[in-house]
Design a protein around this ligand. Structure first.
Ligand SMILES: [Cu+2]
Length: 68
């Protein structure tokens, strides 16, 4: 498992948190998604053999947020 902390802009409420968690969590190979709303961070634990960090970033961007 690899753990990566992404800085994500645009999340403002629990709806955003849930949208990001659902989108990232639905990717095959993602074990855990934690969102730090105040800290504007998304912490993702994933298996790099199954999913790339770029796919994780894309899933977040697809929800309308930006990974900085
Ligand atoms: Cu929101």
């Amino acid at each position: 498992m690899t753990k990566v902390v992404l800085n994500v802009e645009g999340m403002s409420c629990m709806h955003c948190v849930n949208a990001v968690k659902r989108a990232v969590g639905s990717l095959k190979g993602v074990a855990e998604t934690t969102v730090d709303l105040a800290g504007k961070k998304v912490i993702v634990e994933f298996d790099p053999a199954l999913v790339s960090i770029n796919s994780v970033k894309e899933a977040i961007v697809d929800q309308g947020y930006s990974v900085v």
